[in-house]
Design a protein around this ligand. Structure first.
Ligand SMILES: [Zn+2]
Length: 107
């Protein structure tokens, strides 16, 4: 079973985030466990300033290099079941810098 699927296996419903699916499955079908919204957790409140700082770097890279960096959209990180994390933001920045480096090396 795909842990990251965005549909319910028990009724014809689709979701925008894994979190929404898990909430639905728990509320409607009693499957799994109550999952706090990623943005409502104590953990998220702790890491939010770091997420914000890394998001600023991500946006600066987007402005400096534009399509060269082809950054993962901030929305894409919302699809991650844990929400945006400092690690997911850092990974997006590193991947973008690697794409810029590849383009520069090929030039
Ligand atoms: Zn369902």
């Amino acid at each position: 079973m795909d842990e990251n699927r965005l549909h319910c296996d028990h009724c014809p419903v689709r979701f925008n985030t894994v979190w929404e699916r898990k909430e639905h499955e728990y509320d409607r079908h009693g499957i799994g466990e109550a999952v706090p919204h990623p943005f409502m957790t104590e953990h998220y409140r702790t890491v939010e300033p770091y997420v914000t700082a890394l998001r600023m770097i991500r946006e600066a890279i987007g402005e400096l290099f534009g399509p060269l960096a082809s950054l993962e959209s901030p929305e894409a990180t919302l699809l991650r079941k844990e929400g945006p994390t400092p690690t997911s933001e850092a990974e997006a920045v590193i991947a973008a810098l690697q794409r810029v480096e590849e383009v520069m090396r090929a030039a």
